[in-house]
Design a protein around this ligand. Structure first.
Ligand code: DX5
Ligand code: ZN
Length: 223
């Protein structure tokens, strides 16, 4: 299993200085760049769309982890793959034909992810596990950055790990929402592979150091 890593969410970046913020992520220990797409229907908020993803791609030196919080995401898979997505994550709650949608993501050459809202039980993924490269467990209700972490997430990580182990499958577990220095170590201990962090990175005095510290596991002993 590869070392866990951080995926800063550019939802919390300064959109007027997006190139600067992407270059900061390039210089950091971050593994991926998390890109939140919101349509104002699946979630109450609208973020940004394809032209912004293309622009980010031109400057990014790390894989783009595109999180689609949109209804009928199958209509846009090809467009996001062409715009430069490396991972495309769709919501379980937004897909009528999830099995087919995941196959389409892989056919486009991308890693296929499924996101679960906080209320959606982990066992519902059992019949598509082989089609999944990444499970994104929402640790807030999707739609906004800066919300409080939902503690129930630890139990979902344990259940997800158990389900993957039972089927001997290697999908990554990603946690998204309210991740910061107070819970990052606990989430990594619980078995998370990827931690998304928006506010705790971009509101930090030194975002590069914040990214490094979130990913340190185990924490270095205090002198
Ligand atoms: C929420 C998004 C998250 C968000 C996380 O709907 O999916 O990726 O950017 O932001 P923080 O880290 O501020 O909770
Ligand atoms: Zn996200």
């Amino acid at each position: 299993m590869s070392k866990p890593f951080i995926a800063p969410s550019i939802l919390a970046a300064d959109f007027a200085n997006l190139q600067r913020d992407i270059e900061m992520i390039n210089r950091s220990d971050a593994g991926w760049i998390h890109v939140d797409i919101m349509d104002g229907v699946f979630v109450p908020n609208i973020s940004f769309g394809l032209p912004v993803v293309e622009a980010v791609r031109r400057h990014a030196q790390k894989p783009l982890d595109v999180h689609l919080m949109i209804v009928q995401p199958e209509r846009y898979l090809e467009a996001f793959a062409k715009a430069g997505a490396d991972t495309i994550t769709v919501h379980y709650e937004a897909c009528t034909h999830l099995h087919r949608t995941l196959a389409q993501i892989r056919e486009l050459g991308c890693r296929a992810g499924v996101a679960l809202n906080p209320h959606t039980p982990v066992p519902l993924l059992e019949d598509v596990l082989e089609q999944i490269d990444l499970v994104l467990l929402m640790s807030v209700n999707p739609g906004f950055g800066g919300q409080a972490f939902i503690e129930h997430t630890y139990r979902k990580i344990a259940r997800m790990k158990h389900l993957l182990a039972t089927h001997r499958l290697p999908a990554l577990i990603e946690i998204d929402g309210g991740v910061g220095p107070d819970n990052a170590g606990l989430l990594l201990d619980a078995g998370a592979d990827v931690l998304v962090a928006g506010t705790s990175v971009f509101k930090a005095d030194d975002p590069i150091q914040a990214i490094r510290e979130l990913g340190e596991h185990p924490k270095p002993a205090l002198a």
